[in-house]
Design a protein around this ligand. Structure first.
Ligand SMILES: [Cu+2]
Length: 598
């Protein structure tokens, strides 16, 4: 059985609150709060399958407006979706076999999502209270009404030529070898500034790459034992009587930039139920939410028996992260029910879980009032148990020490720039080692007796490109988080590997964060008040394309770009951050062209 039951130990032995206590509290909360929609009444929908080899690798996907029912008791919602569905079709491709997708934009207005910043309601003492679910007043932001259907598709995690990577393309990868390892990828809209709206409206779907090497492991492939799970959160408008209308609402609460919605939706249904046989299932899980991080806990029994253990307090998935999970239901009696809950706070800062005492009541308020995600119900008698492979990846080599020693190093600071009377700006400041001749503010990184001084060379998307990685060579990127929240940073093109999470403490002088400048003193080593363990979870050690960068830490990744030269992007995958303004370009270069770079 995968992710842990309530008997799992707390992450810190001295922590007075064990995980089981916490989960019980979450369950109690779940029972106390009557959800506005009945949980576990809709069956989990499975997206239609588009198998590339059955179409000679030539696929056409129409991007259309449609109607979708997110819950039995909700009116139909207007959506924009691939093939007019939420989620879009599940595309299955074969390693080494090219796939051409014609993304045909047939979108028609009006834009199906209301965008609003809700006024924060307060209680009688003026203390802010949560205003979930629904709109709870507030003027809808008018700009979204004018959206007419611009879209551009990015295959997330795809080894894709630059011209088809989502800058301005209509067609994906004609005639290119698709030499990409077996993996769960996803395709979604990537339009500058409005990705948060277009994905929220429904423009996302899953893409599975298969190969024979992986088939040798004997894992489930296709229905019924391989189940794609696209997890998202959604909010709906209320009518004047306070009833849910089904209209999608992208609501940003005051104080935070992100849109966190109260209803967890899996494959387009709020809190669905999946009937499973007493068998081994393979769950292909994607967090496709705009901003929400999930810590998934399965309430049931059993102990983890996987090659890669998941964290004791639950499996963390930030926006765009995926997990490939094996669940063995074979020892469960018919009628058994297991429930997946989400215990992560929003906004998410890497904390293990909020301690439920009076002092931290506010922390508990950051949890979902309805933490349900999905329920499994065991039906049938026929047991199908598969052996679980001890080794999942048989063709992956760690970067050699000498390759890392000569790797080009890059540093990026994640900063939040607060602006008077305006929403904050989150940016990624690309840093270059400063010389004595350089004027201006400095970022000093102190590692033991060694100090490195940097200056900011780029701060906004439109600034000049400063990263020109050479194909085939490893680079080490340092992602330095100087904000209070966790940011899932995604690199386009090739996957990377996490090398380290270094705890840091830092000081930023008053006015240290300018529109482009940055002054900061960063010291490697943990702050005594820092409660994060900054550990690398076992399931993070493989190849990844999105990595969580927690507060007070530097994440070091090793990346080697291959195959394709051209202009790509890296960005925070909290879509509201990506749209403002945590995104930067980089240009991969063929080695023989490097001598000609000035
Ligand atoms: Cu972010």
């Amino acid at each position: 059985m995968f992710f842990p039951a309530e008997a799992s130990p707390s992450k810190r032995a001295d922590d007075p609150l064990a995980l089981d206590t916490f989960v019980c509290e979450v369950v109690a909360m779940m029972r106390m709060v009557t959800p506005p929609l009945a949980p576990f009444v809709d069956r989990l929908p499975l997206p239609s399958r588009l198998i590339a080899t059955e179409h000679d690798g030539q696929l056409t996907v129409r991007i259309r407006a449609g109607e979708h029912r997110f819950h039995r008791d909700l009116p139909a919602s207007s959506i924009w979706g691939f093939e007019g569905t939420v989620p879009g079709p599940l595309i299955e491709a074969e390693r080494g076999q090219p796939v051409t997708v014609e993304w045909r934009n047939e979108l028609e207005g009006p834009f199906p999502v209301s965008d609003t910043v809700a006024p924060q309601p307060t209680d009688a003492d003026g203390v802010p209270v949560q205003c979930l679910p629904g709109l709870s007043g507030g003027e809808p932001e008018r700009h979204t009404a004018g959206l007419t259907g611009h879209t551009v598709v990015h295959l997330h995690g795809g080894l894709t030529p630059a011209s088809y990577d989502g800058w301005a393309e209509n067609i994906f990868a004609p005639g290119q070898p698709m030499d990409q390892r077996a993996a769960l990828l996803w395709y979604h809209d990537h339009v500058m500034g409005i990705t948060k709206f277009d994905v929220y409206a429904g423009l996302a779907g899953l893409w599975i790459v298969r190969e024979d090497r992986e088939r040798d492991l004997g894992l489930p492939e296709g229905p019924p034992f391989e189940v794609p799970l696209l997890i998202q959160d959604r909010n709906f408008d209320l009518d004047e009587q306070g009833r849910l209308t089904g209209r999608l609402v992208h609501k940003t609460d005051p104080e935070v930039m992100e849109a966190f919605a109260p209803f967890t939706v899996v494959n387009g249904k709020v809190w669905p139920v999946l009937d499973v046989q007493p068998a081994t299932y393979r769950l292909r899980v994607l967090n496709g939410s705009n901003a929400r991080t999930y810590r998934l806990v399965l309430l049931g029994d059993g102990a983890p028996e996987l090659p890669v253990p998941v964290p004791a307090d639950g499996l963390l998935l930030a926006s765009a992260e995926r997990a490939d999970l094996l669940v063995d239901f074979s020892d469960l009696a018919p009628g058994s029910e297991l429930t997946v809950l989400n215990t992560a706070a929003a906004p998410f800062d890497g904390s293990s879980f909020p301690v439920a005492d009076a002092e931290n009541a506010a922390d508990l308020e950051s949890l979902l009032p309805y933490p349900q995600v999905l329920r499994f119900r065991v039906v049938g008698e026929a047991k199908v148990r598969r052996p679980i492979p001890r080794e999942l990846v048989t063709d992956y080599e760690l970067p050699a020490a000498e390759a890392l020693a000569r790797a080009r190093r890059r540093a990026i600071a994640l900063v939040e720039h607060e602006r008077a009377d305006e929403p904050s700006m989150l940016t990624m400041r690309e840093l270059a080692v400063a010389t004595d001749a350089d004027g201006g503010p400095r970022v000093s990184v102190i590692d033991g007796g060694e100090t490195t001084r940097y200056r900011v060379v780029a701060a906004h998307f439109e600034d000049m490109t400063t990263f020109f990685p050479m194909l085939g060579e490893y680079e080490v990127w340092q992602l330095i988080n100087l904000t209070g929240d966790t940011h899932p940073i995604h690199l386009h093109l090739d996957p990377f590997q996490i090398l380290a999470r270094h705890p840091i403490r830092y000081e930023i002088p008053e006015d240290g964060i300018g529109d482009r400048d940055l002054a900061a003193t960063i010291t490697l080593g943990r702050d005594p008040d820092d409660e994060l363990d900054h550990a690398i979870d076992e399931n993070e050690r493989g190849l990844k394309d999105t990595i969580r960068v927690n507060p007070n830490e530097i994440v070091e990744i090793a990346v080697r770009f291959t195959t394709f030269s051209g202009r790509y992007m890296y960005h925070c995958h909290i879509l509201e951050h990506e749209d403002r303004d945590m995104m930067r370009p980089f240009v991969t270069m063929a080695p023989e062209l490097m001598p000609f770079m000035a």
